[in-house]
Design a protein around this ligand. Structure first.
Ligand SMILES: Nc1ncnc2c1ncn2[C@@H]1O[C@H](COP(=O)(O)OP(=O)(O)O)[C@@H](O)[C@H]1O
Ligand SMILES: Cc1ncc(COP(=O)(O)OP(=O)(O)O)c(N)n1
Length: 264
């Protein structure tokens, strides 16, 4: 049977991030993708113009309809928006005993728009992080969650360990926001793994975090190990950034078809 993945996240009308990035990535990685929308955003490569939240009952129904009929092998969470959404999603994931959960703690879009209310970071820590197979913050997100500054690779390593202490089985702190080459640091509760990268000079990096986490989700859904899944996701996002599509006037989307690696 084909592997199945569910993304619980916001819609990006521009197609580079959010639900759209997730479903494209799932498809390219040979996984059947399903979605539960938490919000509709009106955005393009220049920024987020408006956000329309989806009512809690409707979020709950989407999750319920998908899991009880089609089933899921892995779930990814992205833009949650508010604490009540986080609480609801955590409750549903527990009710359905979801085993593979990738938590992308989306907070702020590249253009600066707030995608998570300030008071919701606490719910992320108490409700969602303890359920996570892996949490995938960028540096500013890890700083908010842990209430500390992250300025060096050593700080990233300590941050990954601290995120696991909060209850996640594993944590990868992404280095895209550092100057210089973007190294990502994974801690799986036992070992530290370093994923080095070469910085690609481009403005087309909209949705890099969503795409990276979606690829991890797809690989986990197919039964790959965590480290294998992160390895594939790093190669996938690197190719997606490198082979830019050149769309839009601002931060353009990455190229979800670019990765030529094997289907695992
Ligand atoms: N310019 C870049 N060149 C190469 N890799 C990048 C670049 N920007 C981000 N990445 C990689 O893309 C992935 C997503 O990271 P990041 O952009 O920090 O996430 P987010 O979109 O959540 O801010 C990470 O693996 C990171 O190392
Ligand atoms: C609906 C929606 N969800 C998430 C994001 C942010 O995605 P991310 O991958 O972190 O990419 P950037 O916005 O940082 O480029 C979004 N913009 N919209």
């Amino acid at each position: 049977m084909i592997a199945r993945a569910l993304t619980i996240a916001g819609s990006d009308s521009g197609g580079g991030a959010g639900i759209q990035a997730d479903l494209k990535t799932f498809t390219v990685r040979n996984v059947f993708g399903m979605s539960a929308l938490t919000a509709i955003t009106a955005q393009n490569t220049l920024g987020v113009e408006d956000i329309h939240p989806i009512p809690l009952e409707m979020i709950e129904k989407q999750i319920e309809m998908v899991i009880t009929d089609l089933g899921v092998d892995a779930v990814k969470t992205g833009m949650m928006g508010t604490a009540p959404v986080i609480e609801l999603v955590a409750r549903k994931l527990k009710e359905h005993s979801v085993k593979q959960l990738v938590v992308d703690p989306v907070m702020i879009a590249k253009g600066g728009a707030k995608l998570l209310e300030n008071d919701a970071a606490h719910a992320l820590v108490t409700e969602l992080i303890p359920l996570a197979t892996i949490i995938t913050p960028n540096i500013p997100e890890a700083e908010v969650i842990l209430e500390r500054k992250i300025q060096t690779v050593a700080d990233m390593t300590e941050a990954a360990k601290a995120l696991v202490e909060l209850g996640a089985k594993a944590a990868i702190v992404k280095g895209g926001h550092f100057e210089g080459d973007p190294t990502d640091i994974l801690y799986d509760g036992t070992e530290i793994y370093t994923f080095p990268g070469k910085r690609i000079e481009t403005r087309h990096t909209h949705g890099t975090g969503c795409t990276f986490a979606a690829c991890i989700t797809a690989e986990l859904a197919k039964g790959n190990s965590l480290v294998e899944s992160v390895e594939t996701a790093k190669a996938y996002i690197t190719a997606a950034i490198k082979e830019e599509l050149g769309l839009g006037q601002g931060h353009g989307p990455t190229n979800h078809w670019a990765y030529q690696g094997e289907q695992s």
